[in-house]
Design a protein around this ligand. Structure first.
Ligand code: HEC
Length: 613
């Protein structure tokens, strides 16, 4: 098996045959892994890295893909084609070719008819975007949800969709007028029938669609979708036909991406810009780092740029040279990973920012930043963690002493801030950090801290990751601690309800002992965004379960284990795995979510649709 794989697609280059050669391949992979990977990927791995046992659960194709086009690309830059394949085969416990790859053709079943969306689609139950409202609450009101706790027992799986590349599933779809618009990690946006999963159209994008899909209706009645991709493009599509209306690149940095969701207000899109340059920093020859986070305001109709506001106002400058003479730059980083929160009353938007990539750390990294809606000018910021300069150089065994000295704890803000107005009219801005701390700020007093509540030990994959949710009284916060819990402190997962008025804990429900225990990647962490509807709080887990909690008590009232094989509407063999990324989508009595976020968890590639029995 191994030999055929190494020569896969390169038969003309090499003729590797025979048992002796197979042993050679294994030895090559082992040696290359030891030299290039084991420094970080060992039984006691570098922060955020997986153990070899966890990676063994990955198919070789996915490990190979991480080296040629994924997160490990900068690290593998000096390796040849054969070497990358040899490493992938060495790491994986599986042979090549047993899982769907992008080479597998999906067979979309075309819907018999594709009538246009009904003109009133957005006045009926629907879901659009990430945070659902300007306040980014991720709270779906009763009339749009069409679901109550009493309906949970009669929910049943109606259809499943398989992602052909077998890759991570994390996007938040839009649902309206009997359609679901779904972004794909392999690139592409699908318009499917919300009840049957048959396809109306597919629009190809060259890079992963990671953020939510927004559906809006223009004054002339036209339905338009907006989203961004991993190559920092933003798209506007006709929702009925998939026709491209415009496409704009919002940042020229080679590592830039749009992974957070856009916010839309008064026909202006506010686009958060992030990057994976933090990973490139691992290479001693990389001039780390020159990316700066930003928000770009675009005219929704034309895509024309209104303004671009950098989180770090000045362009990075040369700082010093690293151990091997490589030029270093800073301050850099402060990526914007999540949807901006819009506050028309104050005339600002709020973003939460990631760490700095290189020293000196910027004053606006690991911060909550308020920008003027009309100009993008920074009005105020509140930095939660100073001096947090982090790139993968910090976990590299070959890092020079000076860089290591400058390294911070890597505790970004990954989730959108939530704005809530209390019954007494007082407004509170809530921000959750990977540190495990939930911050409450006064948006009407330049971000003055009202209270701060530590909910977990936190860390590089810890605390609050993708998102939390709130009603008018409480904020509901799932806890990750995926990596931390394995090697250092405490248990992963759990959900907290905290009173917005004073930060006091209302209840907490620790994570159940995962049923998958023993499976590589099995973990009880709950990094995925939470979704709230009246009477039901949804929170997915890395153990593959989607659970619903009673928001009044924290009791688990519904539990669905996604870890199994599925027959899919597009003919792609699919299975469930860890749940991470976007939260549940609830609209008109239906429930949708994906399963299978393989990074740090059990891989999978399925998107599931549940409806009433
Ligand atoms: C400097 C430390 C370091 C080195 C060296 C390193 N890795 Fe990684 N690797 C990481 C970290 C940290 C992550 C998690 C990335 C993140 O934070 O998003 C990761 C992620 C991965 C992933 C998942 C990526 C994805 O796209 O989901 C794979 C697979 C992987 N590494 C394989 C390798 C292999 C094979 C090598 C050797 C060629 C290697 N790594 C070398 C630190 C390292």
């Amino acid at each position: 098996m191994t030999r055929t794989v190494l020569t896969w697609g390169m038969a003309g280059l090499l003729a590797l045959t025979g048992v002796a050669q197979a042993n050679e391949d294994q030895k090559l992979g082992e040696q290359l892994f030891a030299r290039n990977c084991a420094g970080c990927h060992s039984a006691t791995p570098a922060p955020r890295a997986m153990t070899p046992t966890e990676m063994a659960a990955w198919p070789p194709e996915k490990i190979y893909a991480a080296l040629v086009s994924g997160q490990m690309m900068p690290i593998a830059a000096g390796l040849g084609e054969i070497e990358k394949r040899a490493i992938a085969l060495h790491v994986s416990a599986r042979p090549w070719g047993t899982v769907p790859t992008t080479k597998v053709e999906e067979k979309l079943s075309q819907c018999a008819a594709s009538p246009p969306l009904p003109a009133d689609a957005l006045s009926k139950p629907h879901w659009s975007g990430w945070g659902l409202d300007d306040d980014a609450t991720h709270f779906q009101p009763a009339e749009r949800a069409g679901l109550t706790a009493a309906d949970l027992p009669v929910l049943e799986l109606k259809w499943a969709f398989g992602f052909a590349g077998g890759t991570t599933v994390s996007t938040q779809p839009a649902v309206a007028g009997g359609r679901i618009f779904l972004g794909s990690h392999e690139g592409g946006i699908y318009a499917l029938d919300a009840a049957t999963g048959c396809a109306h159209w597919k629009f190809e994008t060259p890079a992963a669609v990671r953020g939510a899909i927004h559906l809006t209706q223009r004054p002339d009645g036209r339905f338009v979708l907006y989203t961004g991709d991993r190559s920092a493009h933003v798209y506007a599509l006709d929702a009925n036909t998939g026709e491209l209306l415009w496409k704009v690149k919002v940042d020229d940095h080679p590592h830039a991406l749009v992974t957070g969701s856009l916010a839309i207000h008064d026909d202006v899109l506010y686009v958060p810009v992030a990057s994976f340059e933090e990973l490139a920093g691992a290479s001693a020859s990389y001039e780390c780092c020159t990316f700066r986070g930003s928000v770009v305001a675009l005219d929704a109709v034309t895509g024309a740029e209104r303004w671009k506001s950098w989180v770090i106002p000045d362009a990075p400058q040369k700082t010093r040279t690293g151990a091997t003479g490589t030029q270093l730059w800073g301050p850099s980083g402060a990526a914007v990973w999540s949807q901006p929160t819009i506050d028309p009353k104050a005339g600002v938007l709020y973003i939460t920012t990631g760490d700095s990539y290189s020293a000196p750390a910027a004053a606006t990294s690991d911060a909550i930043v308020a920008m003027d809606l009309a100009t993008g000018k920074i009005r105020w910021h509140m930095q939660a963690t100073p001096d947090d300069a982090f790139s993968l150089a910090c976990v590299s065994p070959t890092v020079d002493a000076k860089t290591r000295e400058e390294c911070g704890p890597d505790i970004d803000f990954g989730a959108s801030a939530i704005l809530r107005t209390l019954p007494d009219g007082k407004r509170v801005l809530l921000a959750g950090q990977k540190s495990g701390v939930l911050h409450a700020l006064d948006p009407d007093a330049e971000g003055r801290v009202l209270w701060q509540q530590r909910l977990s030990p936190g860390g590089v994959l810890g605390g609050i990751e993708w998102g939390f949710t709130a009603d008018e009284e409480n904020v509901y916060v799932p806890i990750s601690d995926v990596w931390e819990s394995k090697f250092t402190k405490g248990a992963a997962g759990g959900v907290y309800a905290v009173r917005i008025a004073d930060g006091k804990e209302v209840w907490n429900t620790p994570a159940a002992k995962p049923a998958c225990e023993g499976t590589p990647g099995c973990n009880a962490g709950q990094p995925a965004a939470a979704t709230l509807i009246p009477g039901v709080l949804f929170s997915g887990s890395m153990d593959g379960h989607m659970r619903a909690y009673d928001p009044a008590t924290g009791r688990v009232i519904w539990d669905y284990d996604t870890v199994r094989e599925y027959t899919t509407v597009n003919g792609v063999p699919a299975h469930g795995g860890a749940i991470k990324g976007a939260g549940v989508t609830v609209a008109g009595g239906w429930v949708y979510f994906g399963s299978g976020y393989g990074l740090w968890g059990m891989p999978g590639n399925v998107f599931l649709a549940f409806g009433p029995r």
